[in-house]
Design a protein around this ligand. Structure first.
Ligand code: UD1
Length: 350
C-alpha cells in the first residue's frame, strides 16, 4: 500500500534514539508519524529535532504505553480527527542490559507489560500492522556466525534479552488469534551514528553503557579514556566482534517493514522476523581505528577486563531482509562514526 497523507503511523518511543530517526524516515517516505513517548529516557528537544527535519508539526503525545486509557483516547481522537492510526512502530522500552540485571521487574513491566497493553488497545481499534523493535540479543551467544533468523534462541543473557524474547512470543501468540494481523519482528544488531544533519542522535543520560556514545564522549574530553572490555577473546585481535549499522539504515528498514505489513493480503496472520545488520563484523579495536580514520581524531583508550554478559562475536545474515523487504544497509562504518562524532560535537556546544 502506498502511503497517502492520511496514512498515520504511531511511533511509540518516538522521542528515543531509533524511534526519532524512524519518524523522520517515515515522513520522508510519505507517511504521517504520530509520536508517543513517556520521556523517561529522552527529552523534548528530540521531538523538536524531528519536527525541524520533517518541516511541519509532527504530533507528539507524552503517554506511557502502559496507560491503557490514555492510549484509548489517542486512538479515538485520531479516528475522530479523520486520521486513524493504521500501523505501529513499537520502540518504547528500556534497553540497558546492566540496568535490567538490577531491575528485572521494571523491565518486565515496561517492556512486556507495555507491549501487552498496547496490543490490547490497538486490537480494540482494529490496528493490525505492527513493526516491533527486537534485538539480536534474542540469539544469546550463537554457536555459528553469521546468524540467520532460524538460529535457535539461547537462554537469554539478561532480563533485557528475556524481555525481547518474551515480546516476540507475545506478538506471535497475539497475532495467531486475530484476523489479518501483520507483524514484523526486527532484530537489530548494533545501531550507531546519527542523522547526518546532526539534528538527531543518541542522547544517553548519565555515563553511557554502549561503545559509541562512550567513545565519542571520551574523544570530546567529557569522559576519561575508553576501556576496551577484554583483549583476550578468541577473535583475530582479541576484542569482541559486533555488526554495527547506521541508525538511518535501520530507520529506513522500519519503513520497508511497515510497507511489507501493508502489502500482505492474506486473511491469516503473518508474523516474520528479520535480522537488520550490515553482514560485516567489526572488532572494538577496528571500530576505534575506523573512527580515527573517519574523523582524524585520536581515541584515548586502555585495555580492560571483560564485561560480564558480553557475547564474543555476532554479526548478521541479513539476506532475508534483502529478499523480502528489499532492504540492505547502505552506509559504511566510517560514515556512521563520522555522523556520531558530528552529533557529539553539536551536543557539546549546545
Ligand atoms: C547489547 C546487545 C544489544 C542491545 C544493547 C543495548 C548483544 C549481542 N547485544 O549490545 O542487542 O540492544 O546491548 O545496550 O547482546 N565496549 C567496550 N567498552 C565500552 C562499551 C562497550 O569495549 O565502554 C564493547 C563491548 O564489550 C562490546 C562492544 O563494545 O564488545 C559493543 O558494546 P555495546 O555498544 O554496549 O553493545 P552490545 O553489548 O553489543
Amino acid at each position: 500500500m502506498s502511503p497517502t497523507p492520511k496514512t498515520h503511523v504511531l511511533v511509540t518511543g518516538g522521542a528515543g534514539y531509533i524511534g526519532s530517526h524512524a519518524a523522520v524516515a517515515l515522513h520522508e517516505a510519505g507517511y504521517a508519524p504520530v509520536l508517543l513517548d513517556n520521556l523517561h529516557n529522552s527529552e523534548m528537544q528530540v521531538v523538536d529535532g524531528v519536527r525541524k527535519l520533517c518541516d511541519h508539526e509532527v504530533p507528539f503525545h507524552a503517554i506511557d504505553v502502559r496507560d491503557a486509557s490514555a492510549l484509548e483516547s489517542l486512538f479515538r481522537d485520531c479516528i475522530e480527527a479523520g486520521n486513524p492510526i493504521q500501523g505501529i512502530l513499537h520502540f518504547a522500552a528500556h534497553k540497558a542490559v546492566g540496568e535490567s540485571v538490577a531491575h528485572p521487574a521494571m523491565y518486565a513491566s515496561n517492556n512486556v507489560g507495555g507491549l501487552g497493553t498496547l496490543l490490547q488497545v490497538a486490537s480494540a481499534f482494529d490496528v493490525r500492522n505492527v513493526v516491533f523493535s527486537s534485538s539480536c540479543t534474542v540469539y544469546g551467544e550463537p554457536d555459528v556466525v553469521p546468524v540467520d533468523e532460524s538460529t535457535p534462541f539461547q537462554e537469554a543473557e539478561s532480563p533485557y534479552g528475556w524481555t525481547k524474547q518474551a515480546c516476540e512470543r507475545v506478538l506471535k501468540d497475539h497475532a495467531a488469534t486475530h484476523v489479518a494481523h501483520r507483524v514484523a519482528l526486527l532484530r537489530y544488531f548494533n545501531p550507531i551514528g546519527a542523522h547526518p544533519s546532526a539534528l538527531l542522535g543518541e542522547l544517553p543520560l548519565g555515563v553511557p553503557n554502549n561503545l559509541i556514545p562512550f567513545l565519542t564522549q571520551a574523544v570530546a574530553g567529557i569522559r576519561g579514556a575508553l576501556t576496551v572490555f577484554g583483549g583476550d577473546y578468541p577473535t583475530p585481535d582479541g576484542t569482541c566482534i559486533r555488526d554495527y549499522l547506521h541508525v538511518m539504515d535501520l530507520a529506513e528498514a522500519h519503513v520497508a517493514a511497515l510497507r511489507w505489513c501493508f502489502d500482505q493480503t492474506a486473511h491469516t496472520p503473518v508474523v516474520r522476523s528479520f535480522n537488520l545488520g550490515t553482514g560485516q563484523g567489526a572488532s572494538v579495536l577496528e571500530v576505534i581505528q575506523a573512527f580515527e580514520r573517519a574523523t582524524g581524531e585520536t581515541v584515548p583508550f586502555t585495555m580492560g577486563e571483560r564485561r560480564s554478559g558480553d557475547v564474543v562475536s555476532i554479526w548478521a545474515d541479513a539476506s532475508r531482509a534483502k529478499e523480502e523487504l528489499g532492504w540492505t544497509a547502505e552506509r559504511s562504518l566510517e560514515e556512521a562514526l563520522a555522523d556520531a562524532w558530528r552529533w557529539q560535537q553539536r551536543l557539546k556546544t549546545r
